[in-house]
Write a protein that binds this ligand. Structure first.
Ligand code: PEP
Ligand code: MG
Length: 564
């Protein structure tokens, strides 16, 4: 057995299919007639553009989005003009000019020590290879016509190679290089295909004669497995399937407790194509659209039109169900290079989220107008992250009003009574919940941040992670304060931090009367099962007991003893 890093769950069985890329050497030639070379370059550009456009027509969701991003790279005037300049001014042959210009940008991206930028560099490599394929009339092996039941083994699989895959024939993917946040991993997860990476010397380990089975959760790979090893994995696959099938009965059901307390069970999303999973899970809406991914998935600020189209697409696909769009939440651990944010000693206590937006009102207005315009196409609300003082809320509301006025003057439609809510993720706001509730339409508790700011433990710091506890009595009291404050003023209170989808914690939230639970789509059915089997009255008693306790351990113990 060999072990790598599982980055897409699931069990896979199949024959090895080694995917090897050709190696080519691009020679530099100084040409006499640069017109010919320019023509070659333009023809290659057109062909690749047409191919991508065709792929866009035939694809949906993530693939479609990625291909749209490819099209943007391909149409980037600086990239095209500067390649043409190398041909015109230095008389380079077309393929060498492409290699030169594209490699410069690729190197630039790679130098930025950032996982996300490294992935974008791969996208540009991919486009460069496509262009060279056209000029050198070199085509890749047909990834869209693969034999059945294979496990693809490759040093690396690029985004567009993955997008081309004939997924119904692929039982698994194994690579040497690959990141959790790579588009390849995202697509594998979307298609429920196990993916294991970080297998070193991959070409020496595997060959096309092998049969393998793999476990994408544990990262285990068995080459030519024994009967026992194979049966073991088959058994695990059966269990996973059974668990999943059992949850199917909770699809399309109302989410309410045994004694009739109804809540809204909704999803968190990061990009518009995540909506497919939301619909499949039968979530009742979207409680958090983390819009920063639209900004992070770009080399420059997404325009008002681009943002509008993304928000509109989500709203329309959700067909009138609630969609809460959170305004830009960057800073802290989420970096956007082109915003040139200053390096800070304590980024989590620094220039983040609404603080950035209120310091860049024109940038903020672009997003707000895009959300407002999209609100004409569905049931959209606006949510503001990291609110710590009432002045920030008031200032934000004033800017929203200005945006509404601007749209009105141009006769652009939007939902006039669009709801505006805030995230409760800073203790100062939870403590003052009642006052905030008088001036906004809803709350959503962001426990990921609320915990870190309450116990002063950075959310990603492994060394002190034992202190980062949702069971800390102060955290529980702050959650209660937020819910009570909202209800006192008659507004609804949701939660979109990870705690909302935690089966063990849900009874406390039901007992406190939380109105809305927002989580990853793949947790929806399990959460619906938990809620359906609870009784609100019993949960209220649980809260009464828990609120008197003075330590995380005691609270945990009380929860473990809680009888449903
Ligand atoms: C939170 O803080 O709980 C939250 C949902 O926001 P994010 O994880 O995006 O900071
Ligand atoms: Mg947060």
């Amino acid at each position: 057995m060999i072990k790598g890093k599982g980055i897409s769950k699931g069990i896979g069985f199949g024959k090895v299919f080694i995917f090897e890329k050709r190696k080519r050497k691009i020679k530099k030639v100084i040409v006499e007639n640069s017109e010919n070379e320019l023509e070659k370059f333009k023809t290659a550009l057109n062909k690749v553009e047409k191919e991508i456009e065709e792929t866009i027509q035939q694809s949906s969701g993530t693939e479609k989005e990625i291909m749209n991003a490819y099209l943007m790279i391909l149409k980037d005037p600086t990239l095209v003009i500067e390649t043409e300049n190398l041909i015109k001014n230095l008389k380079y042959n077309a393929e060498y000019a492409i290699e030169e210009r594209f490699n410069k940008i690729i190197e630039m991206f790679k130098k930025i020590n950032d996982e996300y930028m490294a992935e974008r560099a791969k996208d540009i490599i991919d486009i460069k290879e496509k262009l060279l394929d056209k000029i050198l009339k070199d085509e890749n092996i047909k990834l869209n016509k693969l034999p059945q039941n294979i496990i693809i083994v490759a040093k690396e699989l690029t985004t567009s190679e993955t997008a081309k895959l004939d997924f119904k024939n692929v039982s698994g993917i194994i690579t040497e290089i690959g990141g959790v946040n790579s588009h390849t991993a995202i697509m594998a997860r979307t298609h429920s295909i196990p993916l294991i990476t970080e297998i070193h010397n991959i070409n020496e380990i595997f060959n096309n004669e092998q049969y393998i089975c793999m476990n994408g959760s544990t990262g285990e790979i068995f080459i030519n497995p024994t009967k026992e090893e194979e049966n073991n994995l088959l058994e695990q696959q059966k269990l996973i399937e059974e668990e999943k099938n059992k949850l199917e009965e909770y699809k399309n059901k109302e989410t309410k407790t045994k004694d009739g307390f109804k809540v809204e069970l909704v999803s968190n999303i990061g990009i518009p194509s995540d909506v497919e999973k939301v619909i499949e899970s039968t979530a009742e809406g979207i409680g958090l659209f983390r819009t920063e991914f639209l900004y992070m998935d770009n080399e420059k600020m997404p325009t008002e039109e681009e943002q509008f189209l993304s928000y509109k697409e989500v709203a329309e696909k959700m067909q009138g169900k609630p969609v809460i769009i959170r305004t830009l939440d960057v800073g802290g651990d989420k970096e956007i290079k082109y915003l040139n944010l200053p390096k800070e000693e304590n980024p989590f206590l620094g220039f983040r989220a609404i603080r950035i937006c209120l310091a860049n009102i024109e940038m903020f207005k672009i997003q707000l107008r895009a959300i407002l315009k999209a609100s004409a196409y569905g049931n959209i609300s606006i949510m503001i992250p990291m609110i710590s003082s009432i002045e920030e809320l008031r200032k934000t509301k004033q800017i929203v009003e200005e945006c509404k006025k601007e749209l009105q003057e141009k006769n652009i439609k939007f939902k006039k009574d669009i709801k505006l809510g805030i995230m409760i993720e800073i203790p100062s706001t939870a403590i003052m919940a009642e006052q905030f509730a008088k001036e906004c339409d809803f709350f959503s508790i962001g426990t990921n941040d609320l915990i870190q700011y309450t116990v002063a433990v950075e959310r990603g710091n492994e060394k002190i992670s034992n202190l980062y506890s949702k069971y800390n009595p102060a955290v529980i009291r702050l959650i209660k304060m937020a819910i009570d404050g909202a209800h006192k003023e008659g507004i609804f209170c949701g939660m979109c931090g990870e705690v909302a989808g935690d089966s063990k914690f849900i009874p406390i939230l039901i007992g406190m009367g939380l109105d809305e639970f927002s989580m990853n789509s793949n947790k929806i059915l399990q959460a619906r099962k938990v809620i359906t089997n609870l009784e609100k009255k019993q949960c209220e008693k649980l809260v009464e007991n828990i609120i008197k306790l003075d330590s995380s351990n005691k609270i945990k113990e009380e929860l473990e003893n809680f009888k449903k």
